[in-house]
Design a protein around this ligand. Structure first.
Ligand SMILES: [Zn+2]
Length: 209
């Protein structure tokens, strides 16, 4: 029986927003040769969703069990998730560079928004109302919160202006820059930041010798 896969838990969530972390489920996302897909199975999608706190452990286990009995539906959800992930990645990559997203990617996101809104409801929450996602037990129950996260950023100029792409080419990871003067350049200082520093050191050393 499928179980919680520990591997996916090793991956850092550096995006700072759920939809950006989802967009980062490919290593070296900006490279056609080097890129490495993480969502290679429905199990990985569920495990990542657990890792990203979209699903609780019990929900994840229940989805994995259901997927065993409905493999073709699970496969379809995986394809749908990857397609949505790529559209989110392309949209935010272009926006981070002050370019306009293409119509095809927006159409994919808009279809997902239609599906997601059908699974949301507002419920009383202390002094206001909050959005609750229904049907978490459906195989695609992890997608609406991701879509919601994308909508939140896209519809706010302030939020949108903080979306950036890592300068460590071909990393391509997206992140939400919360630094006061918006000076963050890399997905992670420990990874791409250090690589850039080492490269600079190497060049300086060679130029000086
Ligand atoms: Zn990076």
């Amino acid at each position: 029986m499928s179980d919680i896969n520990k591997d996916v838990h090793k991956h850092d969530l550096l995006g700072g927003r759920l939809c950006l972390d989802f967009a980062n489920t490919v290593s070296w996302h900006d490279s056609s040769e080097k890129s490495q897909e993480w969502l290679t199975s429905y199990e990985n999608l569920v495990n990542w969703s657990l890792h990203a706190d979209i699903l609780k452990k019990q929900q994840a286990l229940s989805l994995l069990k259901k997927a065993e009995n409905r493999p073709s539906e699970a496969k379809k959800v995986l394809q749908q998730a990857v397609e949505l992930r790529e559209s989110i990645y392309h949209i935010f990559s272009l926006v981070s560079n002050d370019d306009t997203p293409n119509a095809k990617d927006l159409a994919i996101l808009n279809t997902a928004i239609g599906n997601a809104y059908g699974k949301m409801q507002v419920v009383p929450d202390e002094n206001k109302f909050s959005l609750e996602f229904l049907n978490c037990e459906e195989l695609d129950g992890m997608l609406p919160p991701i879509v919601q996260s994308a909508i939140e950023i896209l519809t706010s100029e302030k939020e949108l202006s903080r979306v950036k792409k890592c300068e460590g080419y071909p990393c391509g990871w997206l992140f939400f820059d919360t630094s006061r003067n918006r000076s963050r350049r890399w997905c992670s200082m420990a990874d791409c930041g250090n690589r850039a520093k080492a490269k600079r050191f190497y060049h300086n050393k060679n130029n000086n010798s």
